[in-house]
Design a protein. Sequence first.
Length: 120
Amino acid sequence: MALTVEELAAQILAAEDLGILKVTVKEWGGMTLGIRVMTVGERDAYEREWIGKKETGIDNFRTKFLARCLCHPETGERLFRDEKVEELASKSAKVVSRLFDKAMKHNAMSESDVEELAKN
């Protein structure tokens, strides 16, 4: 017997699709961190912040994105809330850029996505 629409919807909502990528950061004492996949709601909210910012520039673009993705490697709890973005921005550009690239890839976000946001 085929599943009902409600059963299919329930299966989708119950699916564990927000994976955590574990990364080791040697520059930060060799600690292992998690990079989590944002929900579609989180990503939409993040993207709304940047729409039309081509002329004014995008302050802390990398660290704001990374703050939404860095998490405890086991629990998935965010490590940096929005009010801590400035502190994260004080860290090494080399390390943050590397983690940002991993977070972009893990969240299926491309450079063309970023460019499109700036245009709108």
